[in-house]
Write a protein that binds this ligand. Structure first.
Ligand SMILES: NC(=O)c1ccc[n+]([C@@H]2O[C@H](COP(=O)([O-])OP(=O)(O)OC[C@H]3O[C@@H](n4cnc5c(N)ncnc54)[C@H](OP(=O)(O)O)[C@@H]3O)[C@@H](O)[C@H]2O)c1
Length: 220
């Protein structure tokens, strides 16, 4: 398969790229700046890994990266919209910052939407493929805090459902997946899950080894 992993420089995205390469797929891995870990993967896997730079807050950078992917890979089978930010988690409604809302929506919702806008023509519709939007159980948290993150993931789930309708009648499936609470920069050191395990489980969905019975996958 040809798989795009968005936000692959660190955290879950890095493990998704590594696991996909280990399983023999060709991977386009996006990052804002090249990281030592991605460079190591490039050294290990060579031509099987294409690294592209993009910042989800800038549509031009997404468009340029997708042209590069088209030139080098030709088509995509699966896309994992993994990049995300967690901002203003503990702010109550009185404390919310417009800048946190703007960045959260730009990265967590508009980013995946723009990725799909620019990648739609590259996605092979007649071969089994999967779009995974990495969501969160916070999408369902209707508590009094965590406004930016929770609302963006709630909207990402709705976007996933609309995207599923867009691909109805094709071989492409769409899922919004909660990856679990993972030990990453975002999840922190107390998280119980190794992101490698989440990456393996998400790749099983991408490869069709695990077939979720709903667009929303609330636990892996
Ligand atoms: N960790 C958890 O426990 C947990 C739980 C539920 C859901 N999730 C979800 O899982 C996904 C991965 O989380 P993680 O724990 O791996 O987070 P992380 O370690 O904080 O990594 C976040 C990733 O998003 C990228 N990113 C941030 N802003 C970006 C932008 N403007 N443009 C492009 N990329 C950008 C980062 O790139 P840079 O290195 O350039 O900043 C990085 O690759 C996220 O969608 C998150 O919401 C995580």
């Amino acid at each position: 398969m040809h798989i795009l992993v968005v936000g692959a420089g660190r955290g879950l995205g890095l493990h998704l790229a590594a696991e996909a390469l280990k399983r023999g797929h060709k991977v386009a891995a996006s990052c804002r700046t090249m990281t030592a870990d991605l460079t190591d993967l490039k050294t290990e896997y060579g031509e099987s890994l294409l690294t592209v730079k993009l910042d989800l807050r800038e549509e031009g950078s997404i468009a340029r990266a997708v042209v590069e992917i088209q030139d080098k890979l030709g088509y995509l089978n699966s896309i994992i919209n993994n990049a995300g930010v967690l901002l203003g988690r503990n702010d109550s409604i009185r404390g919310i910052q417009l800048s946190d809302l703007e960045e959260s929506f730009a990265v967590n919702l508009f980013g995946p939407m723009l990725i799909m806008k620019h990648c739609d023509s590259l996605l092979a519709k007649d071969q089994p493929g999967v779009v995974v939007n990495v969501s969160s159980e916070s999408a369902l948290d209707m508590g009094p805090r965590d406004f930016p993150y929770s609302l963006t993931k709630h909207a990402l789930n709705a976007f996933s459902q609309k995207l599923q309708s867009h691909y109805a009648g094709t071989a492409v499936k769409v899922y919004a997946v909660h990856p679990g609470w993972m030990k990453t920069d975002m999840g922190g050191p107390n998280a119980p899950l190794d992101p490698r395990v989440s990456a393996e489980r998400i790749l099983n969905i991408v490869e069709g080894k695990t077939i979720p019975n709903s667009v929303f996958v609330e636990s892996l």
